[in-house]
Design a protein around this ligand. Structure first.
Ligand code: CA
Length: 465
């Protein structure tokens, strides 16, 4: 009988796919993360159902949408009695552990459950000499957070029972704001100018009011982000470009440390002979704007923020160098890991196991559209408006319903509703909103019906005005 596979799930925080060379990054190289892609599968259409840390983490763990698991915003900690894939794997005899970022709340009702061992950062955590929370109380450890999380993970692997399968969650804090690099990478890119993205100078001309109202522009980066005084005598455009260089270099330095540490984990797996029966995953809790549309951060349903990197290596089922363009979602992760472990997927989980896609056997009725919802209407800092929408393989329809609905962390006021439609075939960077273009009227009708259909399937309520 084949042994149940091990799982090593590496998830960083805010690492966009377009800062990974396996995904064709124009601005950096990630040789170690790329090893997972070349040894396994790269998913090119993986999307989150809500592009913000806490909600996406809850969707990953529970396999449910945020209106179901109730983790709608950054201020809605997860009830730790909800069934998660680590709990179910632990109950089935797996050794389980999580090291790093949890960000789903703390205390008896929210601490990690389903783990034999856990050491997690309080909320966002710190980059340098961070405090960690454990079942035995807090502990502060000297060092750089990405290295420390990897050290703990390797130590745990070393001490495990080799006779039983394991599931290890390595949840990095980096490259989350405020993008503090380690000493080793502090001067990387110092003498280079990083390419500005295609949409860096986007003027939001055809868009809803939401795009121009967002406070995620390079000009909204603060002193903590920039870590240097703004040079005198710059024009506004020059200052915007200067700010981008400050931002993107620190971001990429944090990514470089992640990549090194992914390499340490992969080296261990290979040296320990675990490759053939270990599922290795690299992902991030959502995408990120890397100067795209002039922005940092995430939240919007636009591509750079919606798309998640998702790489998986598992030699028994995945031919090396596989690329999958089928649509997969963060809610699909939990059912996938459970099925690969040979465990039943609870009927309450809303995602679908991607297992057939690993070997290119896409089911006839596989999903070709997805439902997205961002609830935090006008949080204090970023000012992104509440919206939901549908993305198909070619189009994206977004409805800014613009209502805080009493959600924790959503401030308001209510704004007039607005729609956007993008044709991703002709406009992959989403700069031409064609919602009011008569030629697209049939597409609007079709996508509104699809949106209603998806809301009914996932059991969310259309906004009532
Ligand atoms: Ca995040």
């Amino acid at each position: 009988m084949t042994r149940q596979p091990n799982l090593i799930f590496m998830m960083s925080d805010d690492h966009a796919a377009h800062a990974i060379s396996a995904y064709g990054s124009r601005i950096n190289h990630t040789p170690n993360i790329d090893r997972i892609a070349s040894g396994g599968i790269r998913f090119d259409n993986c999307f989150c159902t809500n592009s913000i840390c806490t909600p996406s983490r809850a969707a990953v763990l529970t396999g449910t949408y945020n209106h179901v698991n109730q983790v709608t915003t950054l201020d809605t900690p997860m009830d730790n009695r909800l069934p998660t894939y680590p709990q179910l794997m632990q109950a089935a005899g797996y050794q389980t552990a999580i090291f790093g970022k949890w960000h789903l709340g703390h205390g008896p009702a929210h601490d990690p459950t389903g783990f034999d061992d856990w050491v997690v950062l309080p909320d966002q955590g710190e980059y340098h000499d961070p405090k960690f929370l454990t079942a035995d109380g807090p502990v502060t450890i000297e060092g750089y957070v990405t290295d420390l999380i990897t050290d703990m993970s390797l130590g745990w692997l070393e001490g495990r029972d080799p006779e039983r399968p394991f599931a290890l969650m390595i949840h990095h804090k980096a490259p989350h704001r405020p993008w503090e690099p380690d000493h080793q990478h502090a001067r990387m890119y110092e003498d280079e100018t990083i390419l500005e993205p295609h949409t860096f100078w986007d003027d939001y001309a055809t868009r809803s009011a939401a795009a121009a109202a967002a406070k995620m522009h390079m000009l909204d980066l603060d002193e903590t982000d920039l870590k240097a005084p703004i040079p005198e005598g710059l024009t506004e455009d020059e200052e915007i470009s200067w700010r981008y260089q400050r931002y993107i270099k620190d971001y990429l330095r944090c990514v470089a440390s992640i990549d090194d540490n992914v390499g340490r984990i992969l080296d261990y797996i290979e040296a320990d002979g675990l490759t053939s029966d270990t599922i290795v995953v690299y992902t991030s809790d959502q995408g990120f704007f890397l100067g795209d549309h002039g922005w940092f951060d995430k939240r919007f349903m636009y591509e750079e923020s919606l798309a998640m990197p998702f790489l998986m290596q598992y030699p028994p089922e995945i031919p090396p160098g596989t690329v999958c363009t089928d649509m997969v979602l963060n809610v699909d992760f939990a059912p996938t890991f459970l099925e690969l472990a040979g465990l039943p997927v609870p009927v309450d989980m809303q995602g679908h196991s991607v297992r057939p896609l690993l070997s290119g056997r896409t089911p006839e009725n596989w999903q070709t559209s997805m439902y997205y919802r961002y609830w935090m209407h006008r949080d204090g800092a970023h000012n992104v408006r509440a919206h939901y929408g549908v993305r198909t393989l070619q189009h994206k329809l977004i409805y800014f319903y613009n209502d805080p609905l009493g959600q924790p962390g959503a401030m308001g006021p209510i704004d007039p509703p607005e729609w956007e439609l993008y044709d991703l075939d002709t406009d992959p960077f989403e700069v031409h909103n064609v919602y009011d273009d008569a030629a697209y009227a049939p597409v609007v009708t079709e996508l509104k019906a699809e949106l209603a259909r998806l809301q009914a399937i996932v059991r969310d309520e259309p906004h009532q005005r």
